[in-house]
Design a binder for this molecule. Structure first.
Ligand code: AMP
Length: 419
């Protein structure tokens, strides 16, 4: 069915208050945590030359089926970013900053997916990328940052799944072994998995279809195909997580959707939302990606957390609840509006969240608006008050009633009341 023109397109939505403020607080909390670990913000463009993303692997759904791509008016092939790691590594290749290069980002990505609960066509991610060393402690740092962020949000039902897909040679050897096995069991696989087997055998391991589960559970494990180097890297990552007391489980079928991963891959799932959308974040190492984009070979590791889905998990766990109110104070002025104009400005300069009534409205109408605004306090200015040099402060939500305050002690009084 065609989308109605004056509705947000399928798979997108408008975030209005309080959800919009919750999104911003989420990003602020994240920014605080990552900046304490030396990550600086990067804001890459929302679209790139399509080749930047085709590097992610032609066999991945993200690139094959879901990309918003188009030819621009200058004849360039452009794609809206489906994720940000590729953009950031492109930025690295372009600017060649000194190493280590640690950056964080927040912003929307675009994928033409089947829209459903927790799966959007425009969705936000926050994430980090760290380039310049293959030290497994950097993998641990990156995972720990995500973990501490979930903790700071108050989430308690998050699981960390960890795997290693080995070096690119290990991965190639494993794909051969896996393809051989899956070819033999092809007739037992679902039609979808048979198609995936042709385009990207690793992704068959991701299948959640009942027909495929048996075949997948007996498949050869990547962990049996790791070289000594990959094994020792993986062990160091696990030891590091144990030192930090971050619980994890090793999940050999965790190959993740993007082809650039080597060595460590990880995913965060939540028990609090539907199994189909339970992935709230993930990441891994991509040591070969920078060289593919024309930079000197530079190892890197990072993660992306889905903001929309993580906030769904917060709702389910009743944590990181949105703001309660937009306003603290509502100014009611029945003397023509000049008093309200000045005092509203003064209060805002002093850090209060304040709004006022506009238009020449009756006391009753203004009080109604004050109540509807959600503000805790109405500050009332009438002819009486002006004559006496006071304002009336009325508690709109609690038990404190109202009192007259001398005009020159308004700020002090409000500070006491609102903290
Ligand atoms: P990915 O970039 O595919 O590794 O995804 C990382 C995280 O982004 C996932 O764990 C999800 O939380 C989130 N995510 C990915 N795709 C979508 C989508 N279409 N809608 C909402 N969140 C998404």
């Amino acid at each position: 069915m065609k989308d109605s023109v004056y509705r947000a397109p399928k798979g997108t939505r408008d975030l209005v208050w309080p959800d919009s403020e919750r999104r911003r607080s989420f990003i602020d909390l994240f920014a605080g945590i990552v900046s304490r670990a030396g990550y600086a913000e990067i804001v890459p463009p929302m679209f790139e030359h399509i080749e930047v993303f085709q590097r992610l692997g032609d066999g991945t759904d993200v690139v094959r089926k879901e990309m918003y791509d188009f030819e621009d008016k200058g004849g360039r092939n452009i794609a809206l970013r489906p994720e940000q790691t590729a953009s950031i590594v492109r930025a690295y290749a372009e600017h060649r900053p000194s190493l280590p290069w640690k950056v964080w980002y927040a912003g929307p990505n675009f994928r033409y997916e089947r829209a459903q609960k927790g799966r959007f066509r425009q969705f936000d991610q926050v994430g980090v990328e760290a380039l310049g060393t293959d030290d497994p402690h950097l993998d641990v740092e990156v995972i720990a940052i995500a973990w501490r962020f979930y903790e700071a949000l108050g989430l308690r039902q998050v699981n960390l799944l960890l795997n290693s897909v080995g070096t690119s040679q290990d991965r190639t050897r494993y794909i051969e072994a896996l393809s051989g096995y899956l070819e033999k069991r092809k007739d037992d696989l679902s039609t979808e998995a048979q198609e995936t087997l042709v385009s990207n055998p690793l992704r068959v391991l991701d299948s959640k279809r009942n027909e495929d589960i048996g075949v997948v559970s007996e498949a050869p494990s990547i962990l049996e195909h790791l070289s000594d180097d990959a094994n020792s890297h993986f062990n160091r990552v696990q030891e590091g997580l144990e030192k930090l007391k971050i619980p994890y489980s090793v999940e050999p079928n965790l190959v993740r959707g993007l082809d650039y991963y080597v060595q460590t891959t990880f995913e965060f799932t939540t028990e609090s939302i539907d199994a189909a959308q339970d992935a709230i974040g993930g990441g891994g190492r991509y040591d070969g990606l920078a060289a593919e984009m024309g930079a000197p070979a530079t190892p890197g590791v990072g993660f992306a957390l889905g903001l929309d889905r993580t906030l769904m998990a917060c709702e389910a766990e009743k944590t990181f609840i949105g703001p309660e109110q937009l306003l603290q104070i509502y100014v009611v002025d029945t003397t023509g509006g000049e008093n309200s104009l000045v005092i509203t400005d003064q209060l805002r300069q002093n850090g209060f969240k304040v709004d006022r009534s506009f238009g020449d409205r009756s006391m009753k109408a203004q009080m109604k608006a004050a109540d509807k605004s959600g503000a805790k306090i109405a500050l009332i200015i009438g002819e009486d008050e002006v004559e006496k040099g006071v304002v009336t402060i009325r508690d709109l939500r609690g038990e404190e009633g109202q009192e007259e305050i001398a005009s020159d002690s308004i700020i002090a009084n409000l500070e006491k009341r609102l903290g």
